[in-house]
Ligand binder design. Structure first.
Ligand SMILES: *[C@@H]1O[C@H](CO)[C@@H](O)[C@H](O)[C@H]1NC(C)=O
Length: 327
């Protein structure tokens, strides 16, 4: 009986809060003459702050049109915004900025979903030696990372020089499929200096610190003691899980003015590689056996950073730079 009463009380309290919330929304709308979406757009600058709020406002909306806006096809975004503005009885002539703002945010929201699907497809595509495109990419990767050393054959121990495990890299891509190769190649092509430096440092032997004279200690700092390509494939896994879990929304909504693309994710990968190396050196692990520990600590740190709605992971392409005009 007591239990029953408690449940009933809880139910009424819940109902009461819900009515109160709706009433509050209604009164605010009457007072300001603006609906929730308008208030979000006026009170938050373009980027994750605004888009995350719009996303949750649409998700929890009672209205079918507003709810379905989240999964609309990217080509239908413009029409959807017109419908929303009509539904909310907002005059587009006196609120010209609203449509533009809403559209940019909705393009980010539906673009993120599309990107997850695109990336998942790449990840599922296995590396195929019979496919000339795949083989070309692999050869390009070699040329970018080892410009002065020709490869003696497709199957060669030389692959270990760029951090693969054996004489045929195809087996190393297993977990991440073509996505790993795409990322490594993007890094080598677009952030070449950093990639070459990382590769160089990874090839330094990790010295035994105690019996080295001080002037040689410099080299110790640079020795990483892990395999470049293998770590690249593993950091691809990290970037992929950040994307799929939705944690990367903050970052992508801040760096992509509209639809986030594969290129944005690849830039994120470059940033993660660089940061992971810095983190690894700071953590100063004895050997590769500590990879698990360092990686999960790094993962937690990135997740924590992404909780801040102003966070952008790549400083070169941050929201405050050229990309985001104040929409
Ligand atoms: C990356 O490393 C973590 C931790 O060692 C492991 O659980 C994960 O399976 C690895 N991912 C790939 C694609 O190798």
């Amino acid at each position: 009986m007591k239990h029953f009463l408690r449940v009933v009380t809880q139910f009424f309290v819940f109902l009461y809060c819900k009515c109160l919330w709706r009433g509050l929304k209604f009164v605010t709308r009457k007072l300001t003459g603006r609906c929730e979406l308008q208030r979000i757009c006026y009170n938050n600058k373009h980027g994750a702050r605004r888009t995350l709020k719009i996303e949750s406002s649409l998700r929890f909306s009672k209205n079918a049109l507003l709810q379905s806006a989240l999964s609309v096809h990217p080509d239908k975004v413009e029409k959807t915004i017109e419908d929303i503005i009509a539904l909310k009885k907002i005059n587009p002539d006196t609120n010209p900025q609203l449509g533009i703002s809403l559209q940019a945010s909705l393009l980010q929201i539906v673009g993120y979903r599309t990107l997850v699907a695109e990336v998942e497809k790449l990840r599922r595509e296995p590396y195929d030696c019979e496919n000339p495109e795949h083989e070309d990419m692999l050869m390009k990767l070699w040329k970018e990372l080892r410009p002065d050393t020709p490869l003696t054959g497709r199957i060669s121990k030389q692959w270990c020089e760029i951090g693969f495990q054996g004489s045929d890299p195809k087996t190393d891509f297993r977990g991440m499929g073509l996505l790993g190769l795409h990322n490594l190649l993007y890094f080598a092509e677009h952030d070449k200096a950093t990639a070459l430096q990382m590769l160089h440092d990874s090839l330094q032997p990790k010295h035994n610190e105690t019996n080295k004279p001080e002037w040689e200690q410099k080299n110790i700092d640079k020795a990483i003691g892990y395999s470049f390509a293998i770590v690249g494939i593993n950091i691809t896994d990290l970037a992929f899980s950040l994307l799929v879990s939705g944690a990367l929304k903050t970052h992508l909504y801040n760096v992509a003015p509209e639809t986030p693309s594969l290129m944005h994710l690849q830039q994120t990968f470059c940033y993660l590689m660089q940061e992971f190396q810095r983190f690894w050196v700071e953590e100063d692990p004895c050997d590769i056996m500590e990879f698990n520990r360092v990686r999960s600590k790094f993962h937690r740190r990135i997740l924590r950073q992404l909780k801040n709605p102003d966070m952008a992971l790549c400083p070169h392409f941050a929201a405050s730079d050229l990309h985001l005009v104040n929409l």
